[in-house]
Design a protein around this ligand. Structure first.
Ligand code: SER
Length: 339
């Protein structure tokens, strides 16, 4: 029986899944198998060739995938975000780490079946960094991938460790085995900044104050921002994040000098963000009521990152700076959404 050739997207119902599946479905030669713990909304479902409701922790489900589908690329997007992970750290570890391990194993099995390394695209995060204190964060500015790798959240630890697992599965998996079948996966990862989408609102993240502030204004609701006005991290408009994932997927392997790449588009303070929201939504009611604990998490993330490796190796170049992101992508689409 011929198995169907697909690209597997886990976390298909999440914010990134939404945007990614929409793009993949329009590309030649990509049949999408969408996997999510919950039934996908019909809009996303109809863009997939096949969908499965299931858990990345369910080994039997993953075995079934091996028998039914020939998987050539995996976008492993399923994860519990940083705020949510602090409420149930052990569960977060299960989903974020064991889930990733299961998918890496699936990638290896698939590579052995069809003789080509499965491309494994993994969204990592600025949460993989840990700035020791605010003075350091303010004085160092943009950080490189290998600096300050001391995350303070369970989510950040999970992401950083999974990057290392990816490196192992790409280069050293079963390094003592003597057979000459392809052993690993082609692991490629991006450390994303906070993402802002016009069509979805994030759940359980700590960079959520940006998108929440904007969506609340568009809905005509007041918003109390949970970090100080001077809080700074990098952000990016969702279309640029999806473009980046696709560009990294398509980059020739010989051009890649690393497995994990920083990317950034703009790094506004929460006040800058609020000012722009007010410019576009005159009636926006934004106040600042910092939550000390969530503030601590955002303060541990760098003010901005150095993404010169991504620009050099696979031509990363975001379309949207902060002004354009608001004027051309976020505001028009959000207005339409809530009208
Ligand atoms: N947006 C994520 C979060 O806030 C960071 O990757 O958890």
């Amino acid at each position: 029986m011929a198995r169907r050739q697909v690209v597997l997207v886990t976390g298909a119902g999440g914010e990134m899944g939404h945007g990614l599946i929409d793009r993949l479905a329009d590309m030649e030669g990509y049949d999408v198998l969408g996997l999510d713990i919950k039934r996908l909304n019909p809009e996303v479902e109809k863009r997939c060739t096949s969908t499965i409701v299931g858990d990345v922790l369910d080994d039997r489900l993953l075995d079934r995938l091996v028998s039914e589908f020939e998987i050539h690329a995996i976008f492993h997007l399923a994860a519990l975000l940083s705020t949510r992970s602090e409420f149930t750290p052990e569960t977060a570890h299960e989903v974020n780490v064991r889930g990733t391990l299961n998918l890496l194993k699936l990638g290896v099995e698939q590579s052995r079946w069809h003789g080509r390394r499965v491309k494994f695209l993994f969204p990592s995060s600025i949460a993989a960094f840990g700035m020791p204190n605010l003075e350091t964060k303010r004085s160092v500015g943009r950080v490189l991938e290998d600096q300050f790798n001391l995350p303070t959240t369970m989510y950040g630890c999970n992401k950083l460790y999974c990057e290392h697992l990816g490196f192992y599965y790409a280069n050293h998996y079963r390094q003592l085995a003597v057979d000459d079948k392809p052993q690993g996966v082609d692991f490629r990862s991006i450390r994303f900044p906070g993402l802002v989408s016009a069509f979805t609102v994030p759940h359980g993240g700590t960079s959520d104050y940006g998108p929440e502030m904007l969506h609340a204004a568009a809905r005509g609701e007041p918003y109390a921002c949970f970090v100080r006005p001077d809080t700074q991290i990098s952000f990016m408009a969702m279309p640029d994040a999806i473009d980046a994932l696709l560009a990294l997927m398509e980059a020739p392997a010989e051009d890649l000098t690393r497995h994990v790449y920083n990317i950034t588009a703009f790094a506004p303070t929460a006040e800058d963000f609020a000012r722009l929201v007010r410019e576009h939504f005159e009636k926006a009611e934004i106040t600042f009521e910092p939550d000390e604990r969530r503030q601590g998490i955002v303060d541990s993330w760098p003010a901005d990152v150095d993404d010169s490796a991504a620009r050099r190796d696979w031509g990363f170049s975001p379309q949207y700076d902060l002004q354009r992101a608001f004027a051309d992508y976020l505001v028009p689409n959000i207005r339409r959404r809530y009208e």
